[in-house]
Design a protein around this ligand. Structure first.
Ligand code: GFB
Length: 320
């Protein structure tokens, strides 16, 4: 473990700072906008037509003009298991470009603090559970998302290398599987939670007798509501400055079958749940250790069932 780990510097205040949320219209970015409204900071955002983050010239120009004090890298090419497996080049290329462009441009303009967001898929497929931050690069990755994982590992290494070489206060957080408002509900490219909410809702409307879930239903996943995640990220920004990345999770996991049952209960769909085993399971279990973040004084507030109900209400109001 690196010597700097868990030695938070003096608390970092956001008051009066210009905070750029790169990727503000995504699920995590929009949760960060909601959360940061209760801080006395100025929130900066940029739409894609203004700055294409895959382009270095765009990114450098935007940062040079806007000179934020703080940057949160919530911009990423993301998707569920099938999207990751189908578009490996897009997931690797776009994520590498976005993070490299932002980190270098942030250094050039003297950004005071940068928070890079990764993913729990950075860890080895068979990492001991719950997964400690120290499990990074101790074994082979899960093949369905190794492209995205490699990009996200590169992102956290960028933050570490800029800290080591230039003394930049760049840190990284690795959130677990997230869900909530502004999620992607497309059945081909989404993650499991929005897919199941939509499937159960539409089956109930059509009075279908069954819904189909991908894979065997036995993989275990940990879920965190995106508003909890945004709160944890702001806590990290304020309290942490170190070389090591920090997991952000709920500390609890369920099987995909159990998740499907809970979703059906919340939605009110009473039919059968059947499995499509031609679709991949992915990694068998992905539960992260929440110890490091808890030691920094943060814990999530929203339980899984309440979080699903909240997300279903958002889906009904905005997407159904
Ligand atoms: O959420 P998900 O797509 O991503 O799938 P991962 C989780 C599990 O749910 C897998 C099963 O075992 C899927 O087979 N599943 C069941 C479904 N029904 C469905 C369905 O209708 N749609 C989807 N999408 N899954 C992703 C990575 O892995 O996790 C990303 O590919 C990222 O890179 C993300 O790290 C957080 O948890 O398997």
């Amino acid at each position: 473990m690196h010597a700097e780990t868990m030695v938070p510097r003096a608390a970092f205040g956001l008051a009066g700072r210009r905070v750029w949320i790169a990727g503000h219209s995504g699920m995590v970015g929009s949760a960060l906008v909601r959360r940061l409204r209760s801080e006395a900071c100025e929130i900066l955002t940029a739409v894609r037509s203004e700055v294409d983050l895959v382009r270095q010239d765009h990114t450098e120009r935007w940062l040079a003009r806007n000179k934020p004090d703080v940057v949160i890298v919530a911009a990423a090419k993301v998707g569920g298991i099938l999207a990751n497996d189908t578009y490996p080049a897009d997931f690797l290329y776009q994520n590498l470009m976005i993070e490299a462009n932002i980190v270098e441009a942030a250094r050039q303009v003297g950004v005071g603090k940068l928070l890079f967001l990764g993913s729990s898929c950075i860890y080895p497929k068979f990492a001991p559970q719950p997964i400690q931050e120290a499990s990074l690069m101790t074994g082979p990755l899960e093949s369905t998302n190794e492209w995205y994982a490699i990009a996200k590992i590169a992102g956290l290494k960028l933050a570490q290398s800029y800290r080591k070489q230039y003394g930049c206060d760049f840190i990284s957080a690795m959130p677990t599987n997230l869900y909530g408002p502004e999620d992607n509900f497309d059945l081909q490219s989404s993650h499991v939670m929005p897919a199941l909410l939509r499937k159960a809702h539409e089956a109930k409307q059509r009075d279908d007798k069954q819904i189909t879930i991908w894979g065997t239903g036995t993989p275990r996943r940990e879920f965190l509501h995106v508003d909890d995640c945004a709160d944890g990220l702001v806590h990290l920004l304020k309290t942490y400055s170190g070389h090591e990345h920090v997991n952000i999770g709920s500390g609890e996991d369920v099987t995909i079958r159990e998740l499907a049952e809970t979703v059906c209960e919340v939605v009110g769909f009473k039919g059968e749940i059947i499995n499509d085993t031609s679709k991949p399971d992915g990694t068998p279990r992905k539960l992260m250790s929440a110890d490091r973040l808890r030691a920094l004084g943060w814990a999530p507030r929203m339980g899984l069932k309440k979080g699903i109900a909240h997300t279903y209400q958002w889906f009904l109001a905005n997407r159904a």
